[in-house]
Design a protein around this ligand. Structure first.
Ligand SMILES: *Cc1c(COP(=O)(O)O)cnc(C)c1O
Length: 469
């Protein structure tokens, strides 16, 4: 065929749209979206022909239809939707970290419409955005004042820029961390216009190291929680208490980047994490932490501390670029109320999952097992779950999982993800592990249905493969 003939043989968009396989995509896609995919596929074919590089063996129409269908699959896999977390990692960053409390979900939903985010309904006057939340956060943490930004990374940048820009900030060499996603402390210092003044060594930093580094160009001293790794052995570093005592006469701000922001002592569950209340009580000028780690709320960066410093942050020109929207404010307000009421362990899903006794998790496994059609190679095994999200490294939570063997694990895991309810599992060399610590009771029947369907599909696929061999 000549180039012109090939171009003429290109099917029209309308013809492709009338194909039964393409029409079937209407079930979960809009016509507008499908039309875009078809146009793109036809255009791609046309370009290939014009470049003389078309190597399609299938007829053009079949090739275009295949491409449209594969586009729709990619799109479906990217579409935001609920996922059942059967990984055993509580704060799973790929799954949006903290699931929110019912009250927080309801509050965010209510705030989605017109809401008095900057209006005092009593006086009828304009009010400060999030004023009530800031009061609640201060009450909860014992701090003088509070401020909320988009995430803890933003909080770090804001603090450095607003109180130490053009000056030195002292930090221990053992705390120059990379949080993940390319967020590396030395780069953040640079971006905030702050000079990094490293002190101590990787494993040991003493109070006298900080003391010796303070000079007239010091803007602040910062302690950064290591979060995602653990330092043990021949190590030393001063407590935040000691750092505050040392700086007090010099009026240099002491900043405490806590990361996970635990409000509750979790040592009874074998978990050691710096506590926000302790940090404030020690006299840290500003303590910062994430809203969606152990605080159990929406993504946010929470800053609490002395009015003198928080006010400085509030007036920073970059504050406006970091402020959170009304949905976050509403969800965070509801989450903070749960903490204030002392109900965090029962009402915040994150803390409930972390503190659920292993025996309850085992019973949840039993309950799923009774709802499964096949008893093929599924057993309840004890395993280790994790807090995750860069919190409490090296600690694990005793847990139980359903271990499914006898199927290619990656095939089965794929079918677990693409069912009616997406289910994310843990895949090992020879099995799929379904950790029930991170599955809520109300998800158990959907989970069981998902496992049944996925096993069925994996078997069907295996049969078709054998048949075509
Ligand atoms: C997690 C973490 C951050 C980043 O928090 P985001 O809310 O993800 O931006 C910053 N500092 C520390 C110490 C952390 O643990």
């Amino acid at each position: 065929m000549t180039k012109a003939e090939r171009l003429r043989s290109l099917p029209s968009v309308d013809i492709i749209l009338r194909d039964p396989d393409v029409t079937a995509l209407r079930e979960s896609n809009t016509l507008a979206q499908i039309t875009i995919w078809v146009r793109m596929a036809v255009q791609h074919c046309r370009e290939q022909i014009l470049q003389n590089s078309d190597t399609f063996e299938t007829p053009l129409t079949a090739w275009i239809i295949d491409r449209v269908i594969s586009q729709s699959k990619t799109d479906l896999g990217q579409r935001l939707q609920p996922v059942i977390n059967a990984t055993g990692v509580v704060l799973h960053t790929n799954l949006g970290r903290s699931p929110m409390a019912e009250q927080a979900i309801a509050a965010a939903q209510r705030a989605s419409r017109y809401t008095n985010v900057e209006l005092n309904l009593e006086s009828g006057r304009r009010s400060k955005r999030g004023e009530r939340l800031m009061t609640l956060l201060a009450q909860l943490t014992g701090a003088e004042d509070a401020l909320v930004v988009n995430n803890c990374a933003a909080a770090t940048v804001l603090v450095l820029q607003a109180i130490a820009s053009g000056r030195e900030v002292i930090v221990s060499r053992g705390q120059l961390v990379e949080i993940g996603g390319g967020f590396r402390l030395p780069d953040v210092f640079c971006a905030a216009g702050v000079t990094l003044r490293e002190v101590g060594t990787t494993n040991r930093t003493y109070l006298r190291d900080y003391e010796a580094a303070v000079n007239e160009s010091t803007g602040a001293v910062i302690r950064v929680h290591r979060s995602n790794f653990h330092l043990s052995g021949f190590v030393a570093e001063p407590t935040i208490d000691e750092m505050v005592q040392m700086q007090r006469p010099k009026s240099v701000a002491v900043i405490d980047d806590l990361g996970s922001g635990s409000m509750i002592d979790l040592s009874a569950y074998g978990l050691q994490e710096p506590n926000v209340l302790d940090s404030i009580q020690s006299g840290a000028d500003i303590s910062l932490f994430s809203g969606d780690k152990l605080f159990g709320g929406p993504q946010a960066g929470i800053l609490v501390g002395k009015t003198q410093w928080i006010e400085k942050l509030r007036r920073s020109p970059i504050m406006r670029a970091m402020r959170v929207d009304k949905l976050t404010l509403a969800a965070l307000e509801a989450t903070t109320e749960i903490h204030l009421a002392g109900n965090a362990l029962t009402e915040l899903p994150t803390l409930r999952m972390i503190t659920t006794p292993a025996e309850v998790v085992r019973q949840r496994c039993e309950s799923v097992l009774t709802q499964l059609n096949q008893q093929i190679a599924i057993e309840i095994v004890s395993c280790e779950a994790q807090v995750g999200g860069g919190s409490i490294p090296g600690s694990s939570l005793p847990s139980f999982a359903l271990k499914i063997t006898g199927f290619p694990p990656h095939h089965l895991a794929h079918h677990m993800r693409d069912g009616r309810c997406a289910i994310q599992t843990r895949v090992t060399d020879e099995s799929v592990m379904i950790d029930l610590r991170t599955v809520a009771d109300h998800e158990v029947s959907d989970l069981a249905e998902g496992i049944n369907t996925a096993i069925q599909r994996t078997q069907q696929n295996a049969n078709t493969e054998t048949a075509t061999e």
